[in-house]
Design a protein around this ligand. Structure first.
Ligand SMILES: [Zn+2]
Length: 318
C-alpha cells in the first residue's frame, strides 16, 4: 500500500495507520549503538551518552537496513532516527558538533528507503534536562527542541512524532515548537514509574487533553510498557479527547510493581530475558481499532517480526 501525502488524511482514509518499530534498542542489540552501560548506570534518566543516534552518520548502512526491514514488514510510516538528537544530549555523548549532520542524515536515509511507499516522520524526544535540572531548564529545552525541529523540517520530514516525554510541561514546550513548523503532530507521553501519572503528576486524561489543546493532531502513549499494560493509559486518553489515539508499546514484559522496563534490573543488558512473544503484538493489533487506536507502532524492542505480527493482527481484526 503506497503512502504519500498527509498523515492525518491517511489516518482518516484508512482508519488506522501502521508505524514502525524501535530503532535504538534494536541497533544496540545488533552492535551498532552504544547503550552506555559500560560507563554508567543507565535508566536513571540522567545519563550522559547512551542511546544517541550517531549511527546515522557512523553506520548508515545498518540504519538503512532496519528501515528496509520495517517497510518490508508493512510499516506505512518510517521514523527518522532522530531520537535523543537534540544538541545538548548529543554533546554529552561527544557528538554535539555533528547535530546538523546526524539529523539531516537520519532524515535522508529514511526518505531514501521510504520513497513513495511510506511517510517519513521526524522523531523528537525529551531532552533529559527536566529530569536533570527540573523546570528551570524550560527555556534551554525550548531552544534545543526548536533547533532540532527546524533541522527536521529543513530536511523534509512529512510530520513530527513527539515521543517519550516524561514531563507534560516539556511535552507542551515541544508541541509549541512543533506548531511553528506547520507540520502535523503526533504527541505521545511515556508513563514511568507509574501508569496513572506522568513525572510531573498529571493523569493520562489530563495529558491527552493538554496535548490536544496545545495543538497536537493525535495523542497517545509510547515506550516503557508492553501492549496489555499500556491499554489502561490508552483507554483513559481515548475517553478524554476527540483526536486520533496513537500507541507505540515496548516489547518487554514489565511487572505490577515496576510497570516500566527501564527501571527493571534487566535494562539494558539482559532484556532478552523479558522479551515478549510477538503474539502479544498480533493480539493487540486485533483489538486496536475497537480501542480507538488510529496510529499503531512499536517502541523499544520492536523489530520487523513484531511489525509483521501487528500487520497480521490488523488484517485479521474482527
Ligand atoms: Zn521506547
Amino acid at each position: 500500500m503506497g503512502q504519500t501525502g498527509n498523515i492525518l488524511e491517511q489516518i482518516r482514509k484508512h482508519g488506522i495507520i501502521l508505524g514502525d518499530g524501535g530503532y535504538l534498542i534494536e541497533l544496540e542489540r545488533r552492535g551498532w549503538v552504544d547503550s552506555g552501560s559500560g560507563r554508567e548506570k543507565v535508566g536513571t534518566g540522567k545519563g550522559s551518552g547512551q542511546f544517541t543516534p550517531e549511527v546515522a552518520i557512523e553506520h548508515p548502512d545498518a540504519l538503512r537496513e532496519l528501515h528496509r526491514e520495517f517497510l518490508n514488514a508493512g510499516s506505512q510510516v518510517l521514523q527518522a532516527l532522530t531520537f535523543f538528537g537534540t544538541r545538548e544530549k548529543l554533546d554529552r555523548a561527544g557528538f554535539g558538533g555533528q547535530t546538523e549532520a546526524i539529523n539531516a542524515a537520519a532524515v535522508r536515509i529514511a526518505r531514501e528507503v521510504a520513497a513513495d511507499k511510506a511517510l517519513v516522520a521526524g522523531s523528537v524526544s525529551r531532552t533529559q534536562l527536566f529530569e536533570r535540572e527540573g523546570p528551570s531548564a524550560a527555556e534551554h529545552v525550548r531552544d534545543l527542541i526548536s533547533e532540532q525541529i527546524r533541522l527536521l523540517a529543513d530536511a523534509g520530514v512529512d510530520f513530527l512524532i513527539l515521543e517519550t516525554f516524561f514531563h507534560l510541561q516539556e511535552m507542551l514546550i515541544a508541541i509549541e515548537c512543533a506548531r511553528d513548523s506547520g507540520l502535523p503532530i503526533i504527541a505521545t507521553m511515556t508513563f514511568r514509574p507509574k501508569l496513572t501519572e506522568c513525572s510531573d503528576g498529571h493523569s493520562p486524561a489530563v495529558c491527552a487533553r493538554a496535548m490536544m489543546d496545545a495543538g497536537a493532531d493525535s495523542v497517545g502513549a509510547n515506550c516503557e510498557q508492553e501492549p496489555e499494560r499500556m491499554l489502561s493509559i490508552v483507554r483513559e486518553m481515548r475517553k478524554a479527547v476527540s483526536v486520533p489515539i496513537a500507541a507505540q508499546p515496548a516489547t518487554f514484559r514489565t511487572t505490577d510493581a515496576t510497570p516500566c522496563f527501564t527501571k527493571l534490573p534487566q535494562f539494558p543488558d539482559e532484556m532478552e530475558a523479558i522479551q515478549l512473544p510477538r503474539s502479544a503484538f498480533e493480539n493487540f493489533a486485533k483489538q486496536a481499532t475497537a480501542e480507538g487506536i488510529q496510529f499503531l507502532g512499536g517502541c523499544c524492542g520492536c523489530n520487523a517480526a513484531y511489525i509483521q505480527a501487528f500487520a497480521r493482527g490488523l488484517a485479521g481484526k474482527n
